[in-house]
Design a protein around this ligand. Structure first.
Ligand SMILES: C[S@@+](CC[C@H](N)C(=O)[O-])C[C@H]1O[C@@H](n2cnc3c(N)ncnc32)[C@H](O)[C@@H]1O
Length: 220
């Protein structure tokens, strides 16, 4: 099945609200657990950059799991960031998590370079995937740790519809719609591998971790 792009920014108010109110505890806990096991040598403290941070749920979970670290989150959607700011404040993490509106590849981050760059579910939004890989080159310190998780495109639209039934049947319609569109927009592992080769990042490790997710990890 060919990739069917979806809009990159999640700027619809209803969409951002649905995302902010959703319970992502299972997939996002899994994401942080995979980050921990994939990068066992992460130091106790450092500065992390979360690309496409959205409502900051992953930033918050990371900051709780790694109390010595700070996180700067970048996202181009003001609607998502508004919920993110509220969530960070509610979590009592405003001193360690800072969210910035930046529409990649434009915009800037508070620091020139980071010890760790992570990103969950950004790549499938990007019509030009090189935006993610160039952002990593732009902001990673030499030897920085990298961790990316995203969806894999299924073999057919029928399989995408089946995944929506299997994993999101109880979610609001708008989340089911977004999940379906995201599955159709996702890159396949072999496509990501070829993107990495072109971006001089093919030494990073890449593997599927479920029927619909892959992770990518390593050091720059
Ligand atoms: C599916 S959400 C994931 C949010 C968050 N990482 C999470 O896992 O909960 C994807 C996010 O990427 C953002 N995004 C997409 N394209 C972007 C771009 N070119 N620059 C900045 N943010 C972008 C969207 O606005 C959205 O908030």
């Amino acid at each position: 099945m060919e990739r069917i792009p979806e809009p990159d920014l999640m700027n619809e108010a209803a969409q951002a609200l649905a995302y902010a109110e959703a319970d992502f505890s299972e997939p996002h806990t899994y994401c942080i657990d995979l980050l921990k096991t994939s990068l066992p040598d992460l130091p106790k403290s450092g500065a992390a950059l979360d690309l496409g941070c959205g409502t900051a749920d992953i930033s918050i979970r990371f900051a709780r799991a790694f109390p010595g670290w700070t996180v700067d989150g970048l996202d181009g959607a003001a609607a998502m960031l508004a919920h993110g700011h509220a969530a960070v404040q509610q979590a009592g993490l405003s001193d360690r998590i800072h969210l910035i509106e930046a529409y990649l590849p434009h915009g800037s981050a508070p620091r020139d370079r980071y010890d760790l760059i992570f990103s969950n579910s950004l790549l499938h939004h990007l019509a030009d995937p090189n935006i993610l890989w160039q952002s990593i080159h732009r902001w990673a310190k030499p030897d920085a740790w990298i961790f990316i998780m995203d969806l894999m495109r299924p073999d057919s639209v029928d399989q995408a519809a089946q995944f929506v039934q299997q994993y999101a049947a109880n979610e609001p319609d708008i989340l089911q719609r977004d999940f379906y569109n995201s599955l159709l927009a996702a890159y396949r592992i072999e496509e990501v591998q070829s993107q990495l080769q072109q971006a001089q990042l093919s030494h990073l490790s890449l593997k599927s971790v479920s029927d619909r997710h892959y992770v990518l990890w390593g050091r720059l």
